[in-house]
Design a protein around this ligand. Structure first.
Ligand code: NDP
Length: 312
């Protein structure tokens, strides 16, 4: 049987992918969208989003992604809960394979695979994963209510996770490796004014201790070199993200951190007919609203490509 050539395949289902789907579907491009491993993307593990225009009272990340998905489906986006693991961008018709080796073909591809949480790389972090070690306070914080916990990181994510956990836990230890935080001013203020959050400046984690579950952490002050142990039942890692660009590595130009390079002012990659949007190509802004905006750009760029090549 001959493989159908789709107008547009969208890989990824965060704000960028769903926005691309909404625009592509409304332009009669009949998009096929692969959700990837984490349908909805990073917003599924976020609490309150207060800075997405239109939600004047704020909205929970998962609720927002449900709304995005519904809107994409309203215009008949074909959504598949599968992961694209391999591509071949040799010819004008692009080939993609799911993890189960099913082949799909498309004239245009929109990559919106986002980014994933980074880990410290400690052996104990791996060993105690899901036994108190987590990268998602919203998913796992509930299990540690009434207990002392630690968060590592100093960006908005760490600030947000620490504030969220402070609602459930008597003490939250925030481990900051420098003498300053990277988080936005408003988020920093929330952390610094919260009596349940203790900020440990210039502090790095040496080891997470415990046999079957997290019991404490051993930390070092990188100025005084003093080593101490803090008893905690959970350890939340919030130190940033890396782009999910691996399946495209041999085809698409990327920077030194594997973020996909796009031609400035567009979503075009080095491969004609392949576009990228959202966090997988954005190391600077990384906001839901900028991801959504770039998803719109990718759909419009793809539509233009299809028109220029007399495909639609
Ligand atoms: P960031 O890259 O902004 O911050 C990562 C933090 O982790 C930095 O403070 C960094 O420290 C620290 N870090 C990195 N590696 C280590 C390590 N090995 N040990 C200890 N600390 C480490 O990532 P975020 O995930 O916080 O934020 C990503 C983007 O998402 C940002 O643009 C942010 O503004 C946005 N965001 C917005 C939210 C909102 O508006 N509600 C919520 C969450 C995120 P150092 O500073 O020393 O480099």
């Amino acid at each position: 049987m001959e493989t159908k050539i789709h107008h547009t395949i969208i890989v990824g289902s965060g704000p960028a992918g769903y926005t691309a789907a909404i625009y592509a579907a409304r332009a009669n491009m009949h998009p096929l969208l692969f959700t990837g491993i984490e349908p909805g993307g990073q917003l599924m593990i976020t609490t309150e989003v207060e800075n997405y225009p239109g939600y004047s009272d704020g909205v929970h990340g998962p609720k927002m992604m449900e709304d995005f998905q519904k809107q994409a489906q309203r215009f008949h986006t074909d959504i598949r809960y599968e992961v694209i693991s391999k591509v071949d961008f040799t010819g004008p018709v692009h080939k993609l394979w799911t993890e189960s080796e099913e082949e799909f073909q498309a004239h245009t591809v929109i990559i919106s695979t986002g980014a994933s949480a980074k880990w410290l790389g400690l052996q104990s972090e791996k060993r105690l994963m899901n036994k108190g070690v987590s990268a998602c306070a919203v998913c796992d914080g509930f299990f540690f209510r009434g207990m002392d916990v630690a968060v590592v990181g100093a960006g908005d994510t760490a600030a947000e996770e620490a504030s969220y956990l402070a609602k459930l836990c008597p003490r939250v230890h925030l481990l900051v490796r420098r003498d300053t935080m990277r988080a936005s001013k408003i988020m920093q203020e929330r952390v610094l004014n919260n009596p349940k959050i203790t900020v440990h400046w210039n502090t790095e984690t040496q080891e997470i201790l415990g046999n079957e579950e997290v019991e404490s952490i051993r930390v070092i002050n990188n100025q005084s070199l003093e080593v101490s142990e803090i008893p905690v039942k959970a350890f939340f890692v919030a130190i940033g993200h890396q782009p999910n660009s691996a399946p495209f590595a041999n085809w698409i130009d990327m920077d030194d951190q594997q973020y996909i390079k796009t031609i400035p002012g567009s979503s075009k990659t080095n491969i004609p007919g392949v576009f990228a949007c959202g966090d997988v190509q954005d190391r600077i802004y990384r906001q839901a609203v900028t991801a959504a905006g770039s998803g719109c750009m990718a759909a419009l760029d793809a539509e233009r490509y299809l028109v220029e090549h007399h495909i639609i």
